[in-house]
Design a protein around this ligand. Structure first.
Ligand code: UD1
Ligand code: UDP
Length: 361
């Protein structure tokens, strides 16, 4: 068995690495969990809920959300840990500051690196920013590439990665549903929704911060137009820039702005949504599994499989387009049905098993 070090710093990394941590422990590997602490509030409740105790918490405390500060602080926090623990393999996920810093520290210490959710690309270096180059750089550093789909494997091959180190394994976001979905689930947001249909909103991307007025104006117009039939639930990211604008622009009786939900709550609330408007990456995959159409509040996506499958549609950030596309789905049953219940291209929830089969040989 091996000594495996899992490094993560944000909510989605933990959500998608948790099934791997469980599987690695089940097989008797020595697991070392490192939380960089970047999402201190959004992660601490998750760790408690899923009973994961980090062996190390870097508590990256930021006065600002300056990317250089976050990456520099993470690298200098991780380096002594890797030197002390000397793992056989470091696993990082996706495209955040922790992914990049973890990848670099693995390389500097000549420790093997596995990249989970490898090969997602827009090839537009500022969209999403800074995630596109984070994942490209980690792609250069990694020894093992766990690609969720055939499309992502092709991206890696095009970039010259060795085929024998690329494994198509699905996305562990789907594995996570085994730990979260509950029958007879109750939540305040669902009681508030009552007999109306629900539109679920999330937004957090850095490159969208300047467009939030447009996005929120569109959501306001939709709330007004569909007030007899729909309620809008918006679990809002802890970024103060987003919260301030939302508080100012989204005061409608049929919009409920709530704190970020625990993932168990988020998944169970999400499955009741009729439609999702989001700029999130992970939610695009999860909604495909639940058969819920997603309008993606971005101009690019690294998840073209969802667009091809028909569950995702890119609508950008202009008010007119968001309203037009939402109205189309809410009023045209055929257009809605065409997007709902499509086949999920992100696997069958066995990603963690596949990855650990490969790692443990
Ligand atoms: C980060 C990742 C992004 C990922 C996203 C998932 C980087 C550079 N960005 O973006 O790739 O898609 O997480 O959600 O790694 N905040 C808190 N408490 C928290 C979390 C955030 O107060 O628990 C606030 C802080 O003011 C912080 C701001 O939110 O400065 C932004 O957080 P940050 O981690 O820098 O970026 P995200 O937009 O969350
Ligand atoms: N999520 C959550 N609570 C929320 C909103 C989202 O647990 O209030 C989960 C969601 O199910 C998904 C992940 O967080 O697994 C997505 O995170 P985010 O949108 O922050 O990041 P991205 O996927 O865009 O990197």
């Amino acid at each position: 068995m091996k000594k495996l070090m899992f490094i993560f710093g944000t909510r989605p990394e933990f959500i998608k690495l948790f099934p791997l941590i469980k599987e690695a422990e089940k097989r008797g590997n020595k697991v070392v969990v490192v939380n960089t602490g970047q999402h201190r509030e959004m992660l601490s409740t998750l760790l408690t809920h899923f009973k994961v105790e980090a062996d190390y918490d870097l508590k990256i405390m930021r006065q600002s959300s300056n990317l250089s500060d976050i990456v520099a602080g993470t690298i200098s926090g991780l380096d002594p840990i890797v030197k002390t623990e000397k793992p056989d393999l470091i696993l990082v996920h996706g495209d955040t500051a922790a992914t990049l810093a973890g990848g670099l520290v693995a390389y500097f210490n000549q420790v093997q690196l596995a990249h989970v959710e490898a090969g997602l690309r827009t090839y537009n270096k500022y969209s999403p920013f800074p995630e596109e180059l984070n994942r490209q750089m980690v792609g250069v550093l990694a020894d093992l590439h766990f690609a969720p789909t055939a499309v992502t494997k092709q991206n890696l091959l095009k970039e010259g990665k060795d085929e024998e180190n690329i494994f198509v394994v699905g996305n562990s976001a789907i594995d996570m549903f085994q730990y979260t979905l509950q029958d007879n689930y109750q939540h305040e947001a669902l009681s508030w929704q009552a007999d109306k249909a629900m539109i679920l909103i999330t937004a957090h991307r850095r490159e969208n911060l300047e467009d939030l007025e447009q996005i929120f104006a569109a959501i306001g117009e939709i709330a007004d137009e569909f007030k007899e039939t729909h309620k809008i639930v918006y679990p809002i990211h802890l970024n103060p820039l987003i919260r301030e604008k939302a508080k100012k622009l989204l005061s409608y009786t049929n919009i409920k702005i709530i704190d970020p939900l625990e993932t168990v709550d988020f998944h169970n609330v999400m499955r009741h949504a009729q439609l999702i408007l989001t700029d999130s990456g992970g939610i695009q995959e999860e909604a495909a599994h639940l058969g819920i159409p997603v309008l993606v509040l971005r101009d690019t996506t690294e998840r073209p499989e969802g667009v091809t499958a028909g569950t995702l549609r890119l609508v950008g950030t202009s008010k007119a387009n968001i309203v037009k596309e939402t109205r189309r789905l809410l009023t045209d049953k055929k257009a809605y049905e065409e997007m709902a219940n499509k086949e999920n291209p992100y696997g069958d929830g066995t990603t963690a098993i596949k990855i650990m089969d490969i790692i443990n040989g």
